[in-house]
Design a protein around this ligand. Sequence first.
Ligand code: S3P
Length: 743
Amino acid sequence: MAASGAPLFQRMVVIGLGLIGGSLARAAKARGLVASVVGCDERPGPLEEGRRLGLIDESETEAARAVQGADLVVLAVPVRANRAVLTQIRDALPEGAVLTDVGSVKGGFVADVRGVFGELPARVVPGHPIAGSEKSGVGAADPDLFREHKVILTPEPETDAGALEKVCRLWSACGAEVLTMSVARHDEVLAATSHLPHLIAFSLVDTLAGEDDSQDIFRYAAGGFRDFTRIAASDPVMWRDIFLANREAVLEALRHFRGDLDQLGAAIEAGDGQRLQQVFTRAKAAREHFSRILSGEAYLNTMNDQTVTYTARPGGPVQGDIRVPGDKSMSHRAIMLGALAEGITDVSGFLEGEDSLATLQAFRDMGVTIEGPDAGFVRIHGVGLNGLQPPHGSLYVGNSGTAMRLFAGLLAGQRFDTELTGDASLTRRPMARVADPLRLMGAHIDTAEGGRPPLRIAGGQPLKGIDYELPVASAQVKSCLLLAGLYAEGETVVTEPAPTRDHTERMLKGFGYPVVQDGPTARVTGGGRLGACSIDVPADISSATFFIVAAAITPDSDLWLRHVGVNPTRIGVINILRAMGAAIELHNEREAGGEPVADLRVRHAPLKGIRIPEDQVPLAIDEFPAIFVAAANAEGSTELTGAAELRVKESDRIQVMADGLDALGVVSEVREDGILIQGGAYGGGRINSHGDHRIAMAFAVAALRTSGPVIIDDCANVATSFPGFVALANQVGLTVESSEETQ
Ligand code: S3P
C-alpha cells in the first residue's frame, strides 16, 4: 500500500496473464497496491484460472477495451507480441495511464513503442523483473516471486520522473530491489547472464537427447546435469522470441563464450592442467563471490574453527634447499595497490596465507575482480583509485594488524562508509595510532573503547595532507598515512623516529606513483594515479627466520633458503644473529620487482649472547620470538631493550615468550621494553602460544635442542603467515606433528 494507505494505482491492467503477469497481479493485490486488477489475454483459459485464483477482478480478451479507465497498464506478453498489442492499445490508452512492461529485452520494447507511437511517451517506463521459474502459466503465479529479486527499470531521457517513481514503488512494495540502467547496458548484461545460459542449457539437453543412447544418458544423469539444465524446461516460445529480439547482444556473448570454450578444449587436448586449473580456480572464486553477493554477506568466515596442537621433538641436522612462502607485508600491499591501479596487475609469489587471503577477499567484496590465487599467481583487475564499490557488510581482515591499519588509510578516502573487523586477537590491538592521525587529515573514524577494533570509517570526507611525526617506529602507521595521502589534497609528509620497512614506498614507485624519500621522511601528493604493473613477491624473511635459527642452533646443519627478500629494512635478524656468531651467507644478491633478494646459506655455529642494538629492533620486529630461541641456545645472556612494541603484536610477545621459555626451563627476566635471556640446556614442556603464529613456530624450532617433546597449543594461526610450515619443517629435519580438532 502507498504510504498514505491508499492504493498506488486504482485500476491495473495486466495484458498477458502468464507466470509474471499473474504473479505481479497477485503480489499487488495481496499487498493492497492496486484497487482492482483487470486481466487481459486472448486465451480464455488463463483468464478463467486468474479469476478462479482470485488474482484478477475483471477479465477481457480485447486489449483496447481492457485499458479503458486504467491508470497502470503492464505488458506481460511474449516480447515478440509487444508490437501488436501496442498497436491495439495506442488510441485507447487513457491520457494519464502509466505503461510498463516485464520483457527480457528492453531495446526491442523501446523500439516497438517508438514504432507504434512515433515517439517514446513520457509515461512509458520499460522494466524487467529478474525473477521467474521454469514453470509457466498463471497457475504457477506466486505473490512472492519478486521478493529479494532485482527489477531493472530502463528509463529513457523522455521518461517522466513521476511515472518512474510510481513503477519503482510498485516493485519495491512487492519486495523487489529496483535498479535503473540504460537500455543498451541492460540488454548486454542480460544476454550474458540470462540469455546465454538458457541457450546453452537448451542446446546441451537437445544434444544429449539426440544421442542414440539418450535414454541411458538421462537415466544415469546425476545432480550436475539436473542442476545445470533446469532452465531448459523453460517456455520455448518465450525464449525463441527473446533470442530473436536481443540478437546482437546474444551473438556477441555467444562469440565470447565460444572462444573461451574452445580454449578450454585446446587445453584439454594439450594436457595443459595448469591452464584448466587456472580457469577453474578463477571461476570457483567468482562463483563464491557471487553467492556472497546474493546472500548479501561479506566475507565472514572465521578462520579459527580448528584447534591445532603441535608436538615437536628433538631433531636435526637441518639440511636442504627450500623456498619459504611469499612475503606477507608485500602480499598485502600488492593486492591493495593492484586493486587501486588502473589496468591488470600480475602478482607472482603471493602468500596464500589466511591474512593476505582476507585482504584479497576484502577487495573482492568491494567489487574488484581478482583471479587466483593459483600457486602464488594472482591477477588483479584494478579499478583505479576511485573505482571501489561499497561492500555489502563489514570487511573482515582476520588476524592482520597490517591489513586493518593499511585499509584504514585507504578507506578513509572512499566515498562510502565501511567497517573493519577482525578476529579476537586483532580486536585487542591498538588502532588509535592510525585513527588519530587520520582524523587530523579530516577522516571520520569511530573505534571501540580504548581505540580498539572494529573501525567504522565514514565515506565522503575530504582529506587534506598533514605533516606527521610518528610517535612509534611503525611501518603500518606510516603506510596507512601514505595510502590516505593518495586521496588527500596537497602533500602528506610522514617522518619516522627510526627506519622501518619501506615496502609501501617502493611499491608505490613501482606503480608509477611519485614518493619523495628524504632520510626519515616520506612524502606523497594526492590526486595522482597508479599504473598497473607486475610484482614478484620474494620469500618472506620473517618465515625464513624460523629455519635460519633452526640451522644456526643445530649441529651439522647446512640449509639453503632461496629467493629471500633482503630489503635493508628487514634484515635485522641477519645482523643480530651474525653478531651472535651465526654463519649466514648471502649469495646471488639481485633485485626482483624493486626489492633486493638473495639466496641464504646457513650453517651451524656456536652462538654467544649479546646486547641487541636498539636500532636493529624495528628491522627485526617480527623475528624476536625466533631470536629469543637463538638466545636460549647461546652461551651467556642476551639482552633486548627498546622493544615495547612487542607487547602489542598478535600477542604480548615478551610475556608469552618468557612464559614459554620458563616452561622449558630457560631462565629469563622480563622488562617493560624487553627481556634478558640466559642461554643454556633446556627440556621439553607444554607451551601456550596464545594463538600467535610466530610464537608457535618459534617453539617448534626450540624443540630441536630439547631433551624431551614440546607440546604447543593453539597453533591454527600459523596458517595466517606460513601455510605448509609443518611439512616444510619435517622436510628439512625438524620433527613436528600437528593434530587438528574441529571445534
Ligand atoms: C608490518 C609492520 C610491522 C610488522 C608487521 C607487518 C607491515 O608492524 O610487525 O608484521 O607490513 O607494515 P608495525 O608497523 O606495527 O611495527
